[in-house]
Design a protein around this ligand. Sequence first.
Ligand SMILES: Cc1ncc(COP(=O)(O)O)c(C=O)c1O
Length: 390
Amino acid sequence: MGLIPYSKQSIGEEDLLAVERMMKDDFLTQGPQVSEFEKDLAGWFGVKQAVACSSGTAALHLAYSSLGIDENSIGIVPAVTFSATANALKYQGAKPIFCDVDPESGLIDLESVEEILNNLNPNQKRSKNLIVPVSLTGSVAPLKGCRILADKHEFCVVEDASHSPGAWREESDGNKIKSASGEWSDASTLSFHPVKHVCCGEGGAILTNSAEIRKHAVKLRSHGIQRPFGPEHETPWAYEQDELGWNYRLSDIHAALGRSQLKCLKNSLLKRREIAARYRELLGKKPFSSHFGLPNEEKGHAWHLFVLRFRKPGRRDQAHKFLKERGIMTQVHYVPLYRHPYFEREMGKIRLPGAEKFFEGCLSIPLFPNLTKGEQDAVVNEIARFIEKG
Ligand SMILES: Cc1ncc(COP(=O)(O)O)c(C=O)c1O
């Protein structure tokens, strides 16, 4: 058996044909595929608007900038996430504030958010500010709680849904909270990196119910330039730039691949859920349970990642090494952002208890739709050998 990666894209014949067709088209970029992809995305997620762009990072940056986040703003970001969630605030000159996370799920901790909000300088409310819940690993963040706190303190909410297309959570009152539904956030963002649910190679999107956010994001995606006049005007060619934007456009080639991949999303979610259920069954028994915890059972989990939580300090790193030597690749998602030299230089030394606890034990084991039963067994068997070895 070859190397087993922790994640990998699934590209089928239809995807290949879609890309091949596009390569023969007149428009490789700025053609009709992008807006068709946006319509498909809006339909799939049940939102009014979608804006496709060149990466998940670009989607975060466009969402923040379209909401008016600037150098006077703060953004409350969970300490356990990928750098992009906070970096995109820095691109706007805004200040990220890291809040703590639940030590078992890694999801944003509402008490920690509330504490930050209650201790804010009252002048801060004069600016546009943000809370950015991340639906980490494919488990829906407490979006409703974030929305309630945000409304109380006049903050906006952007959900980083890079890990969670198709995810939902049932609340204690029986209500379903859906990731990226536009119901609890001003905007949600997706990534189409190959390890994510929908692969474009590189790509991302904003999902929102706000026509205003879409209009602004579309302008900023292409340098801040817009065409003010329709085809009937005497200078229909006219265009103007009234603010600074970027080239964050998605090409039509990437959009064609995204459209084809989106058709398989339901099926690939099913496969991810099946593999996660099998892992839970095989790894949920003794002797494993005394060595590591498993992710909570959630029907609506989108299973971008399957994270073991080793109980004893140091065992996570030993397991990573042991498995790597046997061709099984695992990953750590994530080093708390405040531990990176870049943020530590700016903010000083920060250590948050929930984030530290999660980080110390977390190890993502292979999970992707085409992971075969044989490969799943190999992962489980090698973990068993690691435990036996002690
Ligand atoms: C939580 C999270 N946010 C944002 C991003 C950025 O996405 P991209 O790599 O498409 O820029 C990623 C990608 O890994 C991510 O995992």
